[in-house]
Ligand binder design. Sequence first.
Ligand code: SF4
Length: 428
Amino acid sequence: MKVSVITLGCKVNQYESQAMLSQLTSAGFCACDTEEESDVVLINSCTVTAMSDHKVRQTLHRARRKNPDAVIVLTGCMPQAFPEAAEELHDADIVLGNSNRSSLLPDILKYLSSRQRIVDIVPHEKAAGFEAMNVSRFYERTRAFIKIEDGCNRFCSYCIIPYARGRVRSKPMDELKKEIGEIAANGYREVVLTGINLSAYGQEIGMHLCDAVEAACAPKSIARVRLGSLEPEQLSEDVIARLSRQKKLCAQFHLSLQSGCDETLRRMNRHYNTDEYRTIVKNLRAAFQNAAITTDIMVGFPGETEEEFQKSLDFAKEIGFAKVHVFAYSRRPGTKANDAPGQITQAVKEQRSRRMIEVTQKTKEDFFTRQIGLTEPVLFERECEKGVYEGYTENYTPVKTHSGESLSGRIVPVKITQALNDFCIGER
Ligand code: SF4
């Protein structure tokens, strides 16, 4: 039987899709690239914004249209957070949440024998442990993602994730070391540690993110370790000092900001203010040479006045981010902010997004310009056009260079000679 996987959403979803695919291929299924040729189509969904839900519906319809006979499985955060709505999506033959991925294979086999629609969404249990998942190979990827943490206990007022993902659960250290060993043995030079609230790793098992970083840096053949999105307030001076002792840790920190205005941060139930954020950035830049600070900024949060937005804009300019994901606030049913007064109009959200993107595109270009003249090791990912290879430096600067030989999968020192809008040019 042929199976194809469509992944929507974050690095954790990408990891889980890989793990589910491995679960099925080790049971005799064959991985397939297209819905048309598949017997089973697996859609791993995201529900972080209203647009994500819209994409889930679109993806389902398209898969059903392209392959009316396929067994379509809808899984992931959307059914877990909104089970009733997911049950209504009849293009899916099997609807599975994200708390019991081990049911995937039994549910598919059950459906194939009964042809009875299956809705198998199990609520997250408070005391649930980390669902064992192991990935040793990533198809068509140069770097390997490792999911080490799931769930979140934060309940930021706009966020649906704690409802979709449950409470913090961490991968036991022995499982993590085994997985890193297998990934190293399969020739990956870079691993990316990821989680739903990565900074919370280990808090319920007496471990800490630093322990996971040290474990990931241990294998000789692993050259680089990168961290997924982080919550600022976990990065104390001690933690930064301990992390800086790991020479393989990439100097790129995605430090989720959300707003550069303290009043807005308070209404978001974020656990830091702009002064604390500024200090963490200063400490990271002092501890890691040529560090890149990247982030997420939300515009149009309920009650955000023009004055508050201006503060957020000025703060983004002051910090000088290397890259910013700008997105407009999206109402999520069940979250506190969904019912908050002062909802912002779509027109104002779009206008503020444009202004924030304009400012942060400039800070990105300024960061790229500061790379000119530096010689940096680049992990090349692919040949993007004939004789031109693209990859990333340790601080995640995208670099393109000419080469007569293949550079894919190799780490090669490159001198940065030019900075363009979205990448740099380098010479060997
Ligand atoms: S820290 Fe906040 S924004 Fe991040 S997943 Fe948890 S609740 Fe959502």
